[in-house]
Design a protein around this ligand. Structure first.
Ligand SMILES: [Zn+2]
Length: 455
């Protein structure tokens, strides 16, 4: 990779404490080689001059790589357990087109790295869909950690099919636990470009048997782990009288610095102490938590304990995603459950914390050795201004590994053909989807009633 020098009106310092005026970043081999005032750096390679503010790119640390928002399928957000149940009516769209569209839109809102959660299929070529998603994500040029999720308990029913819950239809077959080792090894051996890494994890402790958690632990090695962690109140006591998902992840040997847990809404103070001691990351998804009515995560309590904290969009955008809205939602919600987090703290979650959750060493700052994942923002040179008044419209250019991926606010890979194909798929599926939605409606309503009674 040839050298590039980006000279900007303002460049955020490595510790994010100040903006350097008339400064430059020299990039070699996709990484920051040097940074400093223009008069002090030795430019190399192609010179790119920009008018705006240069910052590290943002990290979406929890995504389902969904291109078309679910409300376009007639599946609006609602109470969590009933929403999961309603996903049973969703159309099977091409995962490559979905991931390409999702990640080009993330790039356009300043996200340079994403943690995408994809599922192993229960039959046939179990990795075909996950690999399609992987190719779509890497096609946009975004940096990605793509995590293959496993589950072996029904997703729609929060406890064994006894009593009224037995009326809820099961959510389909699961991959037998005996196959996890082979499938995980096959997945982790998938060839990827340098900007894409692979991980595995349980979709959620409550959707996993102990045997599944143990199989994942045995297959993981030093790979990154990701999971949904105590997202809704019901997840804590999913199986009455049994240990919580957190306890079971811990018992299986999955609670350590490799793990990032998404949502983490329903955790006690002692549980947060254990997570801090384990060095696991937590991913805050404020817009999603709000949309699915799961409650508000106590993020200031995470930060007080030094828990590495990141931010996730969770594919819960209703139009094109705006990462700045997620940052502002994190601040607004934090004030309602504890000490309000500051713009500097949420910016750190968006950059350094996100990089840590994805296992990107030194990521999230413009410092020598870090990946040259950068944004040009058309905003005032202050963290407060970026967080408080930023929007996707302020993102003018984006680089991943020093290569341009967004110019003039538009992804250099055109997502419109993928969007058109997805919309055509949705249109063709419409009559059948309406039948599926109608058939599932009584179960969705039943789950909402039962979950509400238990919450
Ligand atoms: Zn999720």
């Amino acid at each position: 990779m040839s050298a590039v020098t980006i000279r900007a009106r303002h460049v955020l310092s490595a510790d994010a404490s100040e903006f350097l005026s008339d400064a430059a970043v020299v990039i070699r081999g996709g990484r920051v080689f040097s940074v400093g005032p223009w008069r002090d750096v030795e430019p190399a390679g192609t010179l790119v001059e920009v008018d705006g503010v240069l910052t590290p790119g943002f990290v979406d640390a929890h995504s389902h790589l969904r291109g078309l928002p679910l409300p376009e399928q007639g599946i609006p957000p609602r109470q969590f357990e009933s929403w999961i149940c309603s996903l049973g009516a969703a159309a099977a769209l091409d995962p490559a087109d979905e991931a390409l569209l999702a990640t080009t839109e993330l790039l356009q809102t300043g996200v340079t790295a994403v943690q995408g959660f994809v599922d192993a299929a229960a039959s046939g070529d179990v990795l075909a869909g996950a690999r399609r998603a992987l190719s779509g994500a890497s096609g946009s040029g975004i940096r990605a950690l793509v995590v293959l999720g496993f589950a072996d308990r029904a997703l729609r029913t929060p406890e064994p099919a006894t009593g009224e819950w037995a009326l809820v239809p099961p959510s389909g077959p699961h991959l037998p636990v005996e196959r996890i080792a082979e499938v995980a090894a096959d997945w982790l051996a998938t060839e990827t470009p340098e900007t894409v890494a692979l991980g595995i994890g349980p979709v959620g402790g409550q959707w996993s048997t102990d045997a599944l958690l143990e199989a994942i632990a045995a297959a993981a090695g030093d790979t990154r782990l990701h999971t949904h962690l105590h997202e809704s109140r019901l997840h804590r006591g999913w199986l009455e009288g049994q240990p919580s998902p957190l306890d079971r992840l811990d018992a299986a040997g999955l609670l350590d610095a490799r793990l990032s847990g998404a949502h983490a809404v329903h955790l006690t103070a002692p549980e947060l102490d254990r997570i801090a001691a384990a060095g696991s990351s937590l991913v805050h998804c404020p817009v999603s938590n709000d949309a699915l009515l799961v409650g508000t995560a106590h993020v200031s309590a995470w930060l007080e304990r030094g828990i590495p904290a990141a931010l996730g969009v969770d594919s819960q955008n209703t139009g094109a995603p705006d990462y700045f809205d997620v940052m502002r939602a994190a601040i607004a919600q934090s004030a309602t459950v504890g000490t309000a987090i500051s713009p500097a703290e949420v910016f750190a979650m968006a950059t350094v914390g996100g990089s840590r959750a994805l296992g990107i060493p030194g990521g999230g700052s413009i410092a020598p050795g870090a990946h040259a994942d950068l944004l040009e923002l058309d905003l005032e040179p202050s963290i407060e201004a970026i967080v408080e008044s930023g929007s996707a419209a302020a993102v003018s250019r984006v680089w991943v590994a020093g290569s341009p991926v967004v110019e003039g606010g538009r992804s250099l890979v055109d997502p419109e053909p993928a969007r058109a194909r997805l919309r055509a798929q949705l249109a063709a599926d419409r009559p059948d989807r309406e039948r599926r939605l109608a058939e599932l409606a009584p179960a969705v309503d039943l789950v909402e009633r039962l979950a509400g009674a238990r919450a």
